[in-house]
Design a protein around this ligand. Structure first.
Ligand SMILES: Cc1cc2nc3c(=O)[nH]c(=O)nc-3n(C[C@H](O)[C@H](O)[C@H](O)COP(=O)(O)OP(=O)(O)OC[C@H]3O[C@@H](n4cnc5c(N)ncnc54)[C@H](O)[C@@H]3O)c2cc1C
Ligand code: SF4
Length: 331
């Protein structure tokens, strides 16, 4: 049996109270659904004296849609709600990615906020304390050496959330409440090159994520998400490919591809010059090859880097063919 370190749970009634508690209580952490944090506590990856429970806070719950199509997604929205809400149906990759997170129980408890703020993952980190001790710990926790890159300089643990590549491709922004007031930033600015996420993130670690803002989708929007994992029922991604595209008539007018579960920062692939032409088989092969060339998987999650890199090309091509075929059905 894995025992957790002792902690006291606090149940604030408002966002203001939650932020105040987190600021006042030393060694405190936010917990929402607890589906990632509690397993991490069992592995003694954190030893907080206090947990500030923000799951179910009314101000954090719900999905609102503005007249221009902007989506305001409360950080406390559960993944199940996101996966099944008709309000997000015109950004199909988002409910699809939410529906592919973990298993049904996790999606019922787990929140969008927890998914965005997910700690980075690594084969040498998400292990019991005894396991980590046996290999001499590592740079991210209690040690001074990275077993993946073989140096003591930086950590390459992977950002492994399924909704994040999609939200990045959609150009999402984040709204936080912090002890010094509200803060808004692009989601792309949240993740750092170093996987010691909570140390390297250059925002106040006591900031409470309140809202994920998704800009309106233009006419001709198509999007999808492809996930590679060992067990389809319940696993973190070994690779995630989000594709967001716009079509104008026959032409591919815009395209954003973000690959997740590779490094601490999801990779926004440079596809300059790929638009302004039909998405035929040649264009699909060219784009998939550009994805293959621009990503560099590590031995941080299950599956060899070579295999995951190859699958990035395969899954990109599958996603693009799906969008092309949806498009021809729509005309
Ligand atoms: C067996 C298993 C399989 C899983 N598979 C997947 C998977 O396939 N894909 C995937 O993406 N995830 C997976 N997860 C992880 C997890 O279920 C989801 O990422 C979920 O969205 C986490 O949300 P939560 O509310 O439970 O977060 P919590 O566990 O409560 O919190 C996670 C982190 O976010 C912080 N946090 C939470 N809410 C906020 C907030 N509003 N503001 C600031 N910080 C906040 C917490 O302090 C903590 O650091 C899996 C978990 C398990 C146990
Ligand atoms: S990438 Fe290296 S430092 Fe980071 S968790 Fe894995 S082994 Fe540790």
């Amino acid at each position: 049996m894995l025992r957790m370190p002792p902690f006291q749970v606090h149940n604030p009634a408002t966002v203001a109270e939650a932020v105040d508690l987190r600021a006042r209580l030393p060694e405190s952490l936010f917990v929402a659904g607890g589906t990632d944090l509690l397993p991490n506590l069992k592995h003694w990856l954190h030893q907080p004296a206090h947990l500030v429970h923000v799951g179910g806070l009314p101000e954090l719950c719900g999905i609102r849609r503005q007249p221009d199509g902007t989506l305001l997604l409360g950080a406390g929205t559960t993944l199940h709600e996101l996966a099944t809400s008709s309000a997000v149906a015109d950004a199909p990759a988002l409910p699809l990615a939410a529906s592919l997170v973990a298993g049904p129980q996790h999606r019922t408890m787990g929140t969008l906020g927890g998914n965005v703020m997910l700690d980075t993952r690594c084969l040498f980190y998400n292990q019991t304390a005894d396991w980590r001790k046996a290999v001499g710990f590592c740079l991210k926790k209690d040690g001074d050496w990275c077993h993946v890159i073989g140096s003591g300089k930086s950590c390459v643990a992977a950002q492994s959330s399924d909704t994040v590549p999609v939200l990045l491709a959609l150009g999402a922004r984040l709204r936080f409440e912090t002890p010094s007031g509200p803060l808004e930033l692009a989601l792309a600015d949240l993740y750092q090159k170093d996987g010691r996420f909570d140390l390297a993130r250059d925002i106040d670690p006591r900031a409470l994520l309140t809202t994920v803002i998704v800009p309106p989708r233009p006419p001709g929007h198509r999007s999808t998400y492809r996930k590679v994992r060992a067990r389809a029922a319940v696993d973190y991604p070994q690779l995630g490919v989000a594709v967001v595209a716009n079509f104008e008539g026959d032409l591919l007018a815009a395209i954003d591809i973000v690959v997740g579960a590779i490094l601490p920062q999801p990779k926004h692939v440079d596809l300059d010059g790929a638009t302004g032409r039909p998405l035929d088989d040649t264009a699909i092969a060219t784009i998939a090859e550009r994805v293959f060339k621009q990503i560099k998987p590590q031995t941080n999650v299950h599956g060899s880097p070579e295999w995951r890199r190859h699958l990035a090309r395969v899954e990109t091509a599958r996603a693009l063919r799906q969008l092309r075929d949806e498009r021809s059905r729509a005309f």
